[in-house]
Write a protein that binds this ligand. Sequence first.
Ligand code: HAM
Length: 436
Amino acid sequence: MKFQAIKGVRDILPPESALWNRVEQAARDVFGTFGFAEIRLPIFEQTELFVRSIGADTDIVHKETYTFQDVPTEIDALKKVMRVSSQDFLTLRPEATASVVRAYIEHGMQTLPSNVKLYYMGPMFRRERPQKGRYRQFYQIGAEVLGTSDAPGIDAEVIEMLMAFFDRVKLKGATLYLNSIGCKQCRPVYVEKLRGELQKVREQLGPDSQRRIETNPLRVLDSKLESEQAIIEKLPRIAEHLCAECRAHYDDVKRQLGLRGITYQENWRLVRGLDYYMRTTFEITAPGLGSQNAVCGGGRYDGLVELLGGPATTKGIGFAIGTDRLVLSLQESGACETPGGLDVYLAWFGVAAQAAAIGLARRLRDAGFVVELPAVEMKFGKSLGLADRLKARHALIMGEDEVAAGVVTVKHLADGTQQKLAEPELFSYLRAARNG
Ligand code: HAM
């Protein structure tokens, strides 16, 4: 029997994994300078957490979660598990905001001074139809700010941090889309108005949008169906229905983005696919991704902490970057030079040279050089041939002569030049070669 990774799930192999590490390290560096600290979360939670936070009628919860019963996995026990309550269901996390909020409440983080700023990275699971940039196990790098303030400056700074991160990883052509979807006061009024208008054009809409007139009219605005575009353009817009507080909040977010030199496009149709959002929502697209071009989504979710049993005074805002898509876009734009590589291939010949080579390899690695040390003795030609194939920058040759003279022969593989060096000179030479 041959095994292969299941549909929508993939392995990330070298050298691509090096790019993932670089992207994740850049997130740690940039987010760290904004005062964020890492939170490590479980990859499964009670099903109910996601039903409550993301919303029972969303696509994610309605049809895309991996949900299973929390029962012992012995086959016999599995056969007997027909009688369990919904409390016994667990779900592989489709996103991490709900988990961050759960952890915030569980650990009483509202007593911490100031805003709590957390970031996370790791796999998420959604049973979507797989295609380029859309997987069933995918990865996110996300950040959340939780605290009593909903100052627009927080929204603007979170977006600034995100754009600083995209700059750091040299993502080209990112576009920031911005919207405000109002609050508990003004949104329901708008949603009813929208529903009323949608009823009038019901017959011209596809089955998904027809269903959403009842379940979630806002999601109709998300539709990509060509035949619905002209109809949607004529629908009432949320911007004209924001209450005074939401309008002022949104205006100030835009002003503060301006203070930070961040350009954006307003998109009144940006409603996002999760129920917990209010006020600010945003998405970032990047080139080279086809139809799955959102590399990041986020927004404010002020009622969520209360909804999950925490203090009503806690507000929240955050985002999640789709790491798979970010890496794809970086690869497509050619912005990712292959990092690292092999500095040294250490060819040894004879017992005495092996002992010396083991010691030298250790000292080179301690100094940060990437070293390949053959585990068995090889013929000279074969060993140097392998050094070429592994694309080492230098081959170090240690035979009995070198050991007796206390030197190594250093061969620069690109041009074939070679010289004999003692250890201190060898280290200086390799350092210079690496930097230049
Ligand atoms: P989301 O828009 O559902 O938001 O996901 C964020 C990003 O994850 C997307 O923009 C996309 O890049 C990536 N993504 C989503 N689904 C897939 C998939 N099947 N395959 C590959 N990449 C995918 C959230 O998850 C919110 N929790 C973001 C947030 C944090 N809002 C506030 N705080």
